[in-house]
Design a protein around this ligand. Structure first.
Ligand code: HEM
Length: 373
């Protein structure tokens, strides 16, 4: 398969058909020198332009440079194709708070997320000044890309946290089959897909007049690491599992329909007079009809980070969603879910991230974040 183009009006990795693997990283900027930060963003952009096309991170490559110097590529992707690699950058609220004279450039839509009931957020795996989402079909390629960005950033940024993901939990194209999350349910059925061009305009891309012009054509990313209580879930009956989501486990059809893409009928009641799709079902509470039409482009991944030392898998969903304005999309939807969703008994949000992902890099003279600085 051909590599995805790096240059364009929008960054790749948002509406790109979701690849199978993720390596997500959040960096803290450790230099206080604005010029150094700008140099880094330029260095990163040229490495990203190369790596996404299947090349080494630097021009000499893993083995072509001076034997006396550390190579400008770490080498573990030698011989591997681009594998659909995309690299998507975002800027967190903390980048605007402290330094670099950026305070008045912070978009109002990048407002800190409120606390939500039931969450247990660990600061050490949350936030970050700059994030990079690497997605690829091959985990070695995604890891290689993030590792080389971290290497290039030495002395200017440090890795705050990173997350590996597998088995995408959303489709972002109608050409893709809907994958399953670790609860065994199809996830991504009612997602925004790249073919839905008017929905992308309405719900994904920041538009002129929304906020500062530097974000025009960009998008806001919310990340949430959501731990699943897998062992409790696995002892729950199939009927209960299906009623929690409001969809059947086999096909992913709404409980009021037959096929995956049938529209749910939230008004329908059963013989007991109760709604067939329960009042506290996930798909009812997340549905655009109760959020003034608000939608998300979900692009999450499964994770298993080993075990927790208490006899349980440390597993769940690394939720990622792109949107035009989190104040109108993620926040109201999550407020409703956190208050009422019957799924809450089986999950806990343990990290949180919010990033302004700028528009695309237009050509070889452009760089990540140019419009911001
Ligand atoms: C739909 C699972 C967390 C927003 C769904 C569906 C499943 C699912 C199985 C139905 C299939 C589909 O349309 O994709 C999960 C799991 C979660 C989780 C296992 C946590 C571990 C969240 C969060 C949000 C969210 C945190 C946003 C705040 C949505 C939305 C839909 C959806 C907007 C589509 C609703 C519709 O239009 O029908 N989710 N979800 N989900 N979920 Fe989640």
């Amino acid at each position: 398969a051909d590599p995805f183009p790096f240059y364009g009006a929008h960054q790749a990795g948002i509406i790109t058909p979701a690849q199978d693997r993720l390596h997500f990283v959040a960096f803290d900027v450790i230099t206080s020198d604005r010029a150094e930060l700008l140099d880094l963003l330029q260095d990163w952009t040229s490495a990203a332009a190369r790596m996404t096309q299947g090349k080494d991170a630097g021009t000499f490559g893993a083995v072509g440079g001076s034997p006396e110097a550390p190579p400008d590529d770490t080498g573990e992707a030698l011989g591997l194709p681009a594998s659909g690699l995309t690299l998507t950058v975002g800027f967190g609220p903390s980048l605007f708070d402290k330094r670099f004279g950026l305070a008045d450039r912070r978009p109002p839509a990048l407002a800190d997320l409120p606390p939500f009931p039931g969450e247990k957020i660990s600061a050490d795996i949350s936030g970050g000044d700059i994030c990079v989402q690497a997605c690829a079909h091959d985990p070695q390629v995604a890891v290689h890309a993030i590792r080389n960005l971290a290497r290039i950033g030495f002395g200017r940024v440090s890795v705050r946290y990173s997350q590996l993901g597998f088995g995408r939990t959303s489709s972002t194209s109608r050409a893709q089959a809907t994958p399953r999350n670790l609860m065994g349910f199809k996830d991504g059925t009612e997602n925004i897909k790249l073919e839905d061009t008017s929905m992308l305009t309405d719900h994904v891309w920041a538009a002129s007049g929304d906020g500062p012009a530097w974000m025009d054509g960009g998008s806001y990313l919310v990340t949430r690491k959501i731990r699943m209580h897998i062992e409790t879930w696995d002892r729950t009956s199939l009927t209960e599992q299906e009623s929690i989501f409001g969809r059947d486990k086999g096909k992913g059809a709404p409980l009021t329909g037959k096929d995956e893409f049938d529209q749910p009928d939230f008004a329908k009641t059963g013989p007991d007079g109760l709604p067939v799709i329960a009042a506290d079902a996930h798909v009812r509470l997340a549905h655009p009809s109760i959020h003034g039409g608000a939608r998300l482009l979900r692009r999450g991944y499964n994770f298993v980070d080993g075990s927790d030392g208490l006899g349980r898998l440390d597993a769940g969903l690394f939720f990622m969603a792109y949107q035009r304005d989190p104040r109108k999309q993620f926040v109201p939807i999550q407020t409703e879910l956190a208050a009422k969703d019957s799924l809450n008994e089986y999950i806990q949000h343990v990290s949180s991230g919010l990033f302004a992902c700028p528009p695309g890099v237009t050509d070889g003279g452009d760089f990540w974040g140019r419009t911001l600085f």
